[in-house]
Design a protein around this ligand. Sequence first.
Ligand SMILES: O=P(O)(O)OC[C@H]1O[C@](O)(COP(=O)(O)O)[C@@H](O)[C@@H]1O
Ligand SMILES: [Mg+2]
Ligand SMILES: [Mg+2]
Length: 291
Amino acid sequence: MSSPTTDSDHEAVLDDIFETLAELAPEIRASLPGRRTKSTETNPSGETQMEADAYADELLEEALGAIDGVGFYASEEQAEPLDHGEGVTVALDPLDGSSNLKPNSPMGTIIAVYEGELPAGGDELLASGFVLFGPIMTMSVARNGTLTEYMVENGESEVITESVQLPEEPTVYGMGGRAPDWTPGFSAFIDEVEDEYKLRYGGSMVADVNQVLTYGGIFSYPALQSSPNGKLRLEFEGIPMAYIIECAGGASSDGTQSILDVEATEVHQRVPVHLGNEQLIDRVEAHLVDE
Ligand SMILES: O=P(O)(O)OC[C@H]1O[C@](O)(COP(=O)(O)O)[C@@H](O)[C@@H]1O
Ligand SMILES: [Mg+2]
Ligand SMILES: [Mg+2]
């Protein structure tokens, strides 16, 4: 697992960042009911923004940008990182799974903290985490090789599980994209695993990956014939969630290598994503090797 060692200055600003995120989580969740409509804007990836995406982005930029030691605020909703002085770069998916707003299904917020400016690879990642707006509100934080899960119902962080580890035995699988658009290798992999595990796919990466963290298995948003780099964004979804899974004893892949080793060349670069138990990542890579 490649990521820089953090020093005491980094530890202090990381504490501030995750405390701020925990405090803000209830406000983000409370902002959802009145913002379930599509805005007239599209994000830098060309996707229609929900009102809630834009509002969560505003709240997060204001709160995180004000932290001493945060130099840039970047998000999937902002064309370019926004300058907030000197320090680390916070990179966010303010609302992940926003298409789940309408059907009132789980969604969340993803954060990555990079040492330097974007584009940044996994070797510059200091920490990452996500907030999950489910039946209860949780925040999972990956720092110094360890994943910790907190309850953040009242804006306080109360540890639920220290050193979260993927179960040895996989149970669930979930994958994005449409079957006719999958590559032959990925289709062959799905043909295999559908006989072995339970399908769990809910359309929000945060919620679907948390299923894998809880029950063991694999989450994929693969390379598609129509989109060879898949759908998910390297800086805001791929790298932070890959670090989280690898801290929990799992593995990540873009189809050939750990997502933490993918070269970052653009702020909004997309990446194929496979996350989960090591033996399943090995199997999906074996099916994709000739593609
Ligand atoms: O609707 P699809 O094609 O299954 O895509 C679902 C994927 O897209 C996403 O919703 C993209 O994230 P955003 O909602 O932040 O744009 C992921 O959370 C999820 O894994
Ligand atoms: Mg997302
Ligand atoms: Mg989003």
